[in-house]
Design a protein around this ligand. Sequence first.
Ligand SMILES: [Zn+2]
Length: 231
Amino acid sequence: MEVQHLNYILSYFSVSSNLSKTCNPLTCYQGVFHCGYHSEASYGATSYLIMHPQGNILVDSPRYTKQLAHNIEMLGGARYMFLTHRDDVADHEKWSKRLSCDRIIHSKEVDENTADAEMKLEGLGPWSLSNDFEFIHTPGHSEASVCLFYKPLKILFTGDHLCEHENELSIMEMYNYFSVPVQLNSVRKLLYLDFEWILPGHGRRVQYKDNQEKNSALEAFLATKEQLKVN
Ligand SMILES: [Zn+2]
């Protein structure tokens, strides 16, 4: 995921001036896009689009607009809409109708608003989607939050489970409405996943040099939290 890939994608899309226009405000990153159009109904959460030969995946719900729908269709539409947890579902129904995408959410995150979701994850996972994606059960922020691990690019889409805030890792305790200790246990699970990127719903994105640097950061973060518990 070097800068040249970013340039490659950008120049690819600038081949057509129309496309380059419609790409904005989608920020491209080697087939992973920041959708923009944050929705108040998702607490302003960030939504991403992953381009994939077996079907694009929309991660969490942006605000529905015709312009964004058009932009996504220009990129091949979306076969799935993965919802990390109940908070960031916003306009999922409109997206599902427009793009005919299957919505994926953990059954314990389903409420009457999302009762019609096409694919409900049951149990503790992990669950696979093709060889490239794994859904990781990371409860804590909510009862059954799930992260999406995109293996080829070593990206973890974390929803509200983990992000960077003021240059430090954060689980956003003040917004926790299930269990902070459970959430910390779920952070510990991430030591066993080989990823280098954290793309969250809120807060800053993080890029590590490699898995080792990621694990050092996670361990330091968990040690600080342990320290707070002891004191
Ligand atoms: Zn949330």
